[in-house]
Design a protein around this ligand. Structure first.
Ligand code: DGJ
Length: 372
């Protein structure tokens, strides 16, 4: 009797274990089901490794073109092997329509990232926010916090960045140059000249710097950084966060001025800092860029396209969203990218590929299927 009971427990255990382990490999670009057999809905996402588990946060998209707007919020999944993901629900919910909240349903809320603050014990989420009805003109950043990794996250504030503060590497020339008069000033679309000739950095000094595509990076000393496409997307900026990670502390740099980079993702390897970015072509994929520096706050040196196989000119039909360091494996990283489907946002696919080092640069090869 006791033997039969133990055996049935063992069989049930084995079954449930296999049930939770549908995948044993990555298949970039294919439908990727969660534990409820639903395609994972966490676009423009990033991963936090916390308490021995991986937490994947990303944009919850809905059907059709309108699904690119934030109709639900930020979705969270968890995993212990990176192949199989459990739906942990909506970590940050949008506020009801008509509430007037900056994160009201129908706003644009993109590229959410979560980091943990060891001092306060809080989980801190940052995201690119375009309040409803502003198109992409808002160029704001939003912050939300939670005591639990999976949420619910409470929205704190949103806005432009470091109002009244010059970038640490802003040249005296730029500081003293005039901002073009209104009739010559930039009013959307392609920039008529180099961004420095338009002095967008100075234009936005008082109201704060723009921030669209973004990421976060926490260094070994606990300092956290916000990396974002600024100055009408023409120039990347890297800004230090306050000790509690919920604001900026006024220290920041401009880099790659006039290079129009989006989708930044930062990581550290052998004491050097690396960045991967895309060009700036809306939802359409383009050739990735990479760069290296001895310190987060620069000088940054471009290294070129890290993708080396066929379709490298489109980053294998994807755009970077995060580079995941493998805990316990200092030389192993995973490139995480989005293959956007803007006409039916919810169908977007995930391109995860191993990232390798080739001398001083990193490279990403295409693989139809791979294992860690
Ligand atoms: C490219 C960005 O990387 C995406 O996050 C999104 O903002 C699209 N542009 C919108 O066109």
């Amino acid at each position: 009797m006791w033997k039969t009971f133990c055996l049935s427990l063992l069989v049930a255990g084995l079954f449930s274990c296999q049930e939770g382990k549908r995948y044993q490999s990555f298949k970039p670009g294919e439908i990727w089901l969660d534990n409820a057999e639903v395609h994972i809905n966490a676009h423009g996402g990033g991963i936090l490794y916390d308490g021995g588990r991986y937490y994947w946060f990303g944009e919850h998209k809905t059907e059709g073109e309108a699904g690119n707007r934030a109709n639900v919020g930020v979705h969270c999944y968890s995993s212990d092997d990176l192949y199989n993901w459990i739906d942990e629900g909506i970590a940050l919910s949008v506020e009801p329509e008509g509430s007037g909240s900056p994160i009201e349903k129908g706003c644009i809320l993109e590229r959410p990232k979560v980091i943990h603050n060891a001092k306060t014990g809080k989980y801190v989420m940052w995201f690119h926010l375009e309040p409803k009805g502003m198109g992409y003109r808002g160029a704001q950043s939003g912050v939300a916090v939670s005591d639990q990794v999976t949420g619910p996250y409470q929205f704190l504030h949103a806005g432009r960045i470091n109002a009244g503060k010059w970038a640490a590497n802003a040249s005296e020339e730029l500081k003293n140059a005039p901002v073009p008069a209104l009739e010559d000033a930039y009013s959307g679309g392609e920039l008529p000249g180099h961004p420095d000739s338009l002095n967008i950095h100075k234009r936005d000094l008082e109201g704060g710097q723009m921030a669209r595509d973004m990421n976060l990076f926490v260094d070994d000393d606990g300092k956290a950084y916000h990396i974002y496409a600024s100055e009408e997307n023409s120039t990347l900026q890297i800004a230090q966060l306050t000790d509690d990670y919920t604001d900026h502390n006024g220290v920041y740099i401009r880099c790659f001025a006039g290079r129009f980079m989006e989708a930044p993702a930062m990581f550290k390897h052998n004491g050097k800092y690396y960045l991967m970015m895309s060009g700036c072509t809306g939802w359409a994929s383009n050739a990735a860029r990479s760069a290296v520096a001895d310190s987060v706050l620069g000088e940054w040196k471009e290294l070129g396209n890290p993708c080396v196989d066929a379709d490298s000119a489109t980053t294998y039909h994807s755009q970077s969203t995060y580079i995941l360091p493998m805990p316990g494996h200092p030389d192993k990283f995973i490139y995480m990218g989005d293959r956007w489907t803007p006409e039916n946002a919810i169908d977007g696919r995930y391109i995860w590929l191993p990232l390798e080092f080739d001398g001083d640069r990193f490279v990403i090869h295409w693989q139809d299927e791979w294992k860690m």
